[in-house]
Design a protein around this ligand. Sequence first.
Ligand SMILES: Cc1ncc(COP(=O)(O)O)c(C=O)c1O
Length: 442
Amino acid sequence: MAIDLRSDTVTQPTEAMFEAMRRAPLGDDGREGDPTVLALEALAAERTGKEAGLFVSSGTMGNLVALLAHTGRGGEVVTEAGSHILRSEMGGIAGIAGLFHRAVAGERGAMDVETVRGAISASLMPNRLAAALICMETTHNDAGGAVLPLAHMKAIHALGRAHGIPVHTDGARLFNAAVKLGVGAAEIAAHSDTITFCISKGLSAPVGSVLAGPRAFIAKARAYRRMIGGNLRQGGVIAAAGIVALETMVERLADDHATARRLAEGLHRIDPALVDLARVETNIVQVETRRFGQPAAVLVADLRQRGVLAGVWSNWVMRMVTHRMRRGISCHSGAGVPNGNVPRPARVTRSCGRHENPVPAGRSPALLIIASRRARCARSRRAPNSRTRESSFSGSPANTSNWRSATSGRRPCLRLTARQTRSARTDPCRPGATEMKIHLNR
Ligand SMILES: Cc1ncc(COP(=O)(O)O)c(C=O)c1O
């Protein structure tokens, strides 16, 4: 089984979610309402401190409906240049909502307040559209899961208010931000008129997002949702999982953040150029591959062959997102391979991922990502009748399959070895577990 770090959207529903979906009371969301959808909307409103909520099928739909309801299809939207709305929502802001956007470069996803002040025009001018909406995003996807500081959000919201311009926040990973800041989601949402969050990411529900805001706004948004084909009918089948997600899955997001940190620290020990630890705030790790002359796509393809799925974020940036996997993962930093030799998979010398192993002189540090039923107890000892497949390669673009010839090149390159072990059913620590150990060695 692959270790899938492409996104937290790959999370599967929990058993409690399946059970809730089976038992959910249902109605017609487009008529009198579906009781389970209504319950999710009420819970979402409560958690975000807003008057009302609207269940939508995706984060993209939530943002689009917010754009439509706030602007009535006219004016300019001021948003951060790398925002999901601009980067990944297929131009819906222009193509469907009929809006022009003004992109403002951000630092860790945060737009400079004075630049925003200069970018907005409160009313239509002979040569300038009026700003109809200001958008923020937290956590910020393109900025590697960065959390907007509350003081920043407050300043942007105050700016919007001063000019009579509403503020919407794309909080697809709102609860990751809340857990990181140690505050309730409502404390973040307070600095925005409306907010969307996804239940289908780290919270593990299969489908859906909620847009929350003032009651009158949500009534308008509900009409726009219908316009774009978003009526959900017996939507309670999926909303039921969202209720379980909000009730049981928020606090565990801290585990994803801790795993991301271990992953980042392990990569950083291999080479500090790979990961800027200061930029790993939540569950997203951006890995810089430029220094190794290896486009992210090459490393991603090689990892895929060895059972680890990661994402290509840009030419030189690979993205790994931690989440609740069915088997869970743990990351161990430890001694890797002897420098300058053909790599051998390192041994996990401790059973608990909380302890770092010292790296003996003459050996490169390595990172082991282990997926097992018991992520916290991945043991080094192989089960007596385990089957092991080992492979190694160099990530040099010139030769990705032959380690020896690649190591003779002068350019430093990432080297990777993987070993897959199917342990015996009798192993008390890993009953039937499949482990994938990935070593990245410089
Ligand atoms: C910040 C942000 N906003 C919106 C979305 C869109 O969510 P969906 O995939 O449910 O449309 C995503 C998805 O990754 C996201 O990261």
